[in-house]
Ligand binder design. Structure first.
Ligand code: DX5
Ligand code: ZN
Length: 239
């Protein structure tokens, strides 16, 4: 299993981009087979989008599905909670098999306490920034954060168009994370494709979530390998 994130200061050749396929784009009638296939295809984490039809305008799945999938997949389960309130359900997701639990600051009144709770459950704690959510919302909780995820679409649906303005936010977060000296993963979610991935990685991200770009591809392994190589592809572009 790869470490949560390779230090971004390491030479590019020594860094490994983490690929987290989003199950939202999988065939929901064959979820067990899909997660097994995505693990065999070389994914690093499995990204699980939990939606409640209240915090976001869509409903997906909850802890029972995640628990059922746990025995079909050994990858770290990267759970993205798009539910409000999130606090009453944190223990249920931990017990279902989540390894990382990421929350939106807007979903619960006390982000610091929510992160403490996730840590106390023995899980990696993540914070997800919507396109309009400022970096300042997490500035005083960095010591509790293992993953910062930048939404490059508005949350709720797969297959949306990448929001370009977030590249500057990713770059600013890269600088902030480096200033802490802590191994915080910088993850990007939404509209990640072979076209957008190189720019996301160049801005400083180290972890890519991709739903459509992987599950709609005919060959999962090729799609994952292509995204992983996106940074090298960028370097080949003449200046
Ligand atoms: C959206 C979810 C994403 C989604 C990404 O709310 O958080 O993880 O599955 O889908 P794509 O990669 O298709 O934009
Ligand atoms: Zn997500």
């Amino acid at each position: 299993m790869p470490s949560l994130n390779a230090p971004h200061s390491a030479p590019r050749s020594e860094r490994r981009v983490i690929i987290a396929p989003s199950l939202l784009a999988a065939d929901f009638a064959r979820l067990g087979a899909e997660v097994a296939a995505i693990e065999a295809a070389g994914a690093d984490w499995l990204h699980l989008d939990v939606m409640d039809g209240h915090f976001v305008p869509n409903i997906s799945f909850g802890p029972a599905i995640i628990k059922a999938l746990r025995k079909h997949c050994a990858l770290p389960f990267d759970v993205h909670l798009m539910i409000a309130p999130a606090d009453p359900y944190l223990a249920a997701f931990a017990e279902a098999g989540a390894d990382h639990i990421s929350v939106h600051p807007e979903s619960s009144p006390h982000l610091h306490r929510t992160l403490q709770t996730i840590r106390a459950l023995g899980k990696k704690a993540g914070v997800v920034l919507n396109p309009a959510t400022p970096i300042e919302s997490i500035a005083w909780a960095l010591d509790l954060i293992d993953i910062i995820m930048v939404m490059t679409v508005n949350p709720g649906f797969g297959g949306q168009t990448f929001i370009e303005s977030q590249l500057a936010k990713i770059a600013a977060l890269r600088a902030l994370i480096d200033s802490t000296g802590r191994p915080i993963a910088l993850q990007v979610d939404g509209g990640v494709t072979l076209e957008t991935a190189p720019r996301v990685l160049a801005a400083g991200a180290d972890t890519l979530v991709a739903g459509t770009a992987i599950f709609a591809a005919p060959d999962y392994a090729a799609a994952i390998a292509g995204l992983r190589r996106a940074e090298a592809g960028l370097l080949e572009i003449p200046a």
